[in-house]
Write a protein that binds this ligand. Structure first.
Ligand SMILES: Cc1cc2nc3c(=O)[nH]c(=O)nc-3n(C[C@H](O)[C@H](O)[C@H](O)COP(=O)(O)O)c2cc1C
Length: 306
């Protein structure tokens, strides 16, 4: 069971597939501790670790979902020991899982099928009731998901294009990004070129949006502390799994979040305060390619002193 739980956790998305997470099982308290791996953080692109926390939050959501699938109730504490900043979450397997097994089962199944799809989507619109379901999923995790109208979507894409332009012009960020594009035979970390889609053939990182009327979703939180980033990651993963279960594909457009001024501009001024945590592109289309993952044994560490 431990192996399956960890396989589920590491199937989560992470920025540049850095998989900056490690797990420790405390058998006496039936608790998984989830820690960051600082040496795999992106110092240029993500200097304050926000994207790392979002990634780890997504892995925590998968772990929660898998724990329920195995019949336990997951009890999550975020940042449980402030004196230990690398300890991002603790997930305790409490008594038997309560209610809702069939919807959980759909999410659990989606863990293994979800991949980022950076390929063109079909013109088929996403039904409003599916978008409502995703927004409810975000809300259940303490986050907000908004669907911008056409003009607003194009404004957000223009900010993304501006960020992409800056990223390419900045040698440090460009080098850091390129270091994470690796052939799968080089190991289980980083992005294989095949996963990046058509844009990358021209030597650029993927912010490709091919649809004339793209469906975008903006994920935000009321505050912007470390716990909010972890909540945003859990909300993101709930949205992505719900979308996968509904037959939708998704890719993430994070570029504009990597520049404080552009991230601020991503906010919908009409929608009141809030901090944007992710831009998600949704639609129907081909599945994305697999990206490699660390094996469960590679992310499981022994308890201190064991
Ligand atoms: C915080 C975060 C930021 C990401 N930013 C981008 C991005 O800007 N562009 C992109 O195409 N994918 C982005 N991704 C997706 C990752 O590249 C992807 O999850 C990872 O390579 C694993 O592949 P998979 O999603 O197919 O499992 C991001 C993921 C996370 C969690």
């Amino acid at each position: 069971m431990v192996e399956k739980l960890l396989s589920a956790a590491v199937a989560a998305p992470s920025i540049h597939n850095t998989q900056s997470w490690r797990f420790r099982l405390l058998p006496d308290s039936r608790t998984f501790e989830v820690r960051a791996v600082p040496r795999r953080s992106l110092r240029q692109i993500d200097p304050n670790g926000r994207a790392l926390h979002v990634s780890v939050g997504a892995a925590v959501f998968n772990l929660r979902t898998a724990v329920r699938e195995f019949g336990w109730e997951p009890v999550v504490r975020l940042l449980p020991r402030p004196a230990e900043p690398a300890l991002l979450a603790a997930v305790r397997l409490a008594g038997p899982a309560r209610g809702g097994r069939s919807s959980d089962r759909a999410l659990y199944d989606a863990i293994w099928r979800r991949h980022s799809s950076r390929l063109p989507f079909s013109p088929r619109p996403v039904p409003p009731e599916q978008l409502t379901e995703l927004a409810e999923g975000a809300h259940a995790e303490g986050a907000l998901l908004q669907i911008p109208d056409g003009d607003e979507a194009h404004r957000l894409l223009a900010l993304t294009a501006e960020a992409e332009h800056r990223n390419t012009a900045d040698p440090d960020r460009r080098d850091e990004s390129r270091r994470w594009i690796r052939p799968p035979q080089d190991g289980p970390l980083g992005l294989p070129a095949e996963a990046l889609g058509p844009q990358d053939a021209r030597g650029r990182l993927p912010a490709a949006v091919f649809e004339p009327q793209p469906t975008l979703a903006v994920l935000s939180t009321a505050h912007d502390r470390r716990a909010d980033w972890l909540r945003a990651g859990q909300a993101l993963q709930r949205i992505l799994l719900l979308a996968t279960a509904d037959g939708l594909r998704a890719s993430l457009l994070h570029q504009a979040l990597e520049w404080p001024d552009l991230r601020w501009e991503l906010r919908d001024p009409e929608a009141g305060p809030g901090h944007v945590q992710m831009l998600i592109r949704l639609g129907y289309g081909p599945a994305g390619a697999d990206s490699p993952r660390l094996a469960p044994v590679e992310v499981l560490e022994s308890p201190a002193g064991a």
